[in-house]
Design a protein around this ligand. Structure first.
Ligand code: ZN
Length: 272
């Protein structure tokens, strides 16, 4: 039984629910494994035509769980223990699987995916929303990558430029300020903005509408768009920016004498 992720199927729509609201749906390894299992299950179930990703609680996701418990006992601690022997390769391998790898896998599931986003969608939260084909945002949704404040050039999945265009992407990263739902809609990053109270209803209605289409045609339509993005270089750019992100981790490790996740604390203080 999954602890952090809910799963149900109704009317050919699989609903996957981020269900760790007490931690604002912050993601640890178990959370991501359960989420991936849910996506795989929906991908394999022939009765499922559309996948709807939603979140319990006031916020979609606060990003990767970097709370004290995770840092002391979780995957980050286990990776850290291998650094003396393996250097920073363990971090690259772990993030390749759990961050870039999972996000790319979800992006290419041959069924339409819809994310319903409310409240904060911060850093790692973007790695769950961006891979979805359609994003419905509540009017209080905000999309936020403040990782530059941690001394790294952005989160592990650099879709910013593709989603927002180059100038807005730079502003989002340079200022570490959130992009609100209406701005995201204007840029084409979200399909539509709806009142918070209507989010689940609207997202579900769209999922049911799409689920009536021919499944193979949907798969081909999705592939046509994703393939076009790949021909434009999206896949290679994502990998290249991911590797650059790891230059950030390595640089943080060097600058702080062992803290790979955060550098540039002066910048963080300045921001405060
Ligand atoms: Zn990282």
């Amino acid at each position: 039984m999954a602890e952090y992720i809910g799963y149900s199927v109704d009317e050919r729509v699989a609903t996957i629910t981020l269900n760790r609201p007490e931690r604002r749906n912050a993601q640890n390894q178990q959370f991501l494994e359960e989420l991936n299992e849910a996506f795989e299950r929906a991908a394999e179930d022939e009765s499922v035509r559309v996948i709807l990703l939603r979140a319990e609680g006031p916020h979609f996701s606060a990003g990767h769980d970097i709370g004290p418990e995770e840092m002391e006992k979780g995957a980050f601690k286990r990776i850290e223990e291998t650094i003396p022997e393996r250097g920073l390769l363990g971090i690259h391998e772990w993030e390749s699987k759990y961050y870039l790898g999972f996000s790319k896998r979800w992006r290419d599931i041959p069924k339409p995916t819809i994310a319903a986003v409310q409240g904060a969608c911060i850093a790692g939260g973007l790695l769950l929303a961006w891979p979805c084909d359609i994003i419905i945002a509540a009017d209080n949704a905000r999309f936020h990558d403040p990782v530059v404040m941690m001394g790294i050039g952005g989160v592990e999945y650099h879709a910013h430029t593709w989603e927002l265009g180059p100038r807005k992407a730079k502003e989002m990263l340079f200022t570490a300020k959130p992009v609100d739902a209406y701005e995201a809609e204007k840029r084409g990053m979200v399909n539509r903005v709806v009142p918070l109270a209507d989010l689940d209803k609207e997202a579900r209605a769209l999922a049911v509408e799409i689920s009536r289409m021919h499944p193979h045609a949907l798969a081909m339509a999705k592939r046509a768009v994703n393939q076009t993005l790949d021909i434009m270089g999206q896949g290679a750019a994502l990998q290249s920016c991911f590797d650059m992100h790891h230059l950030g981790h390595a640089s943080a490790y060097g600058q702080t004498g062992g803290q790979w996740m955060v550098a540039g604390m002066e910048a963080v203080k300045g921001k405060k």
